[in-house]
Design a protein. Structure first.
Length: 70
């Protein structure tokens, strides 16, 4: 390795820079794909799931939050 670097210092640095740039580019694109999927999951509505759209008034009355607001 030392002989290779001493014989071709610029070429070795160029190859290492290209490999490192490809590595960084790969992880950047992978991160963008994961972020895009995460954002897509936030806005996707699951129409098969049933949701309870009522408010539990009896449970809220049991909380006794009168001392919080002053």
């Amino acid at each position: 390795m030392k002989k290779l670097f001493k014989k071709y210092p610029e070429g070795t640095l160029i190859v290492l820079a290209v490999i490192f740039s490809a590595f960084i580019f790969y992880y950047f694109i992978g991160g963008m794909i994961v972020a895009a999927r995460g954002i897509d999951n936030v806005f996707t509505v699951n129409k098969n799931a049933t949701e309870n759209m009522t408010f539990n008034l009896s449970g809220a009355a049991k909380l006794d939050l009168r001392g919080l607001a002053q």
